[in-house]
Design a protein around this ligand. Structure first.
Ligand SMILES: [Zn+2]
Ligand SMILES: [Zn+2]
Length: 147
């Protein structure tokens, strides 16, 4: 095991992910992710909650999704960078905003969800997995990890 590091814009929140290597990531092009990120898509990855350790002033924002799940978002309490979230539908798993990883310049995006909302100027490379809306969790996991 090596450790993967990340943190917020201001540096008050830092985290480590106990993973063997940088994780593969996916992009979500849904309207909520566009609004929330102020950008064309969000870039995310899954990790076991047990692999994540966080220091600093984390604040929570909880919302109920249209399907009735509770999504708990964690942000830096100083600069409000969104770091990761968990969801009541997936115990023990966290969804990390991959752009907060220190080595974000080395990341690959191997899957795209909600591509029916994708901004039209953005051309996806051949061979990446895409779904028009959200992906079944097992299929997205397969695309990210190969198993
Ligand atoms: Zn911060
Ligand atoms: Zn989204």
């Amino acid at each position: 095991m090596s450790e993967i590091y990340g943190g917020c814009r201001c540096g008050a929140v830092r985290y480590t992910l106990a993973l063997k290597a940088l994780p593969s990531t996916y992009a979500c092009h849904c309207r909520d992710c566009q609004t929330w990120s102020g950008s064309a898509f969000s870039q995310q990855t899954f990790a076991p909650e047990a692999a994540l350790s966080v220091t600093g002033p984390v604040v929570l924002y909880e919302l109920t999704t249209p399907s009735g799940r509770i999504s708990t978002q964690r942000m830096c309490g100083v600069c409000h960078t969104r770091i990761y979230n968990s969801n009541s539908a997936r115990a023990g798993v966290v969804v990390v905003r991959a752009g907060t990883l220190d080595r974000s310049d080395e990341l690959n995006i191997v899957a795209h969800i909600w591509v029916k909302r994708k901004q039209p100027w953005l051309a996806l490379p051949d061979g990446v997995a895409t779904w028009p809306e959200s992906a079944p969790p097992a299929e997205l996991q397969q695309a990210l990890t190969g198993h």
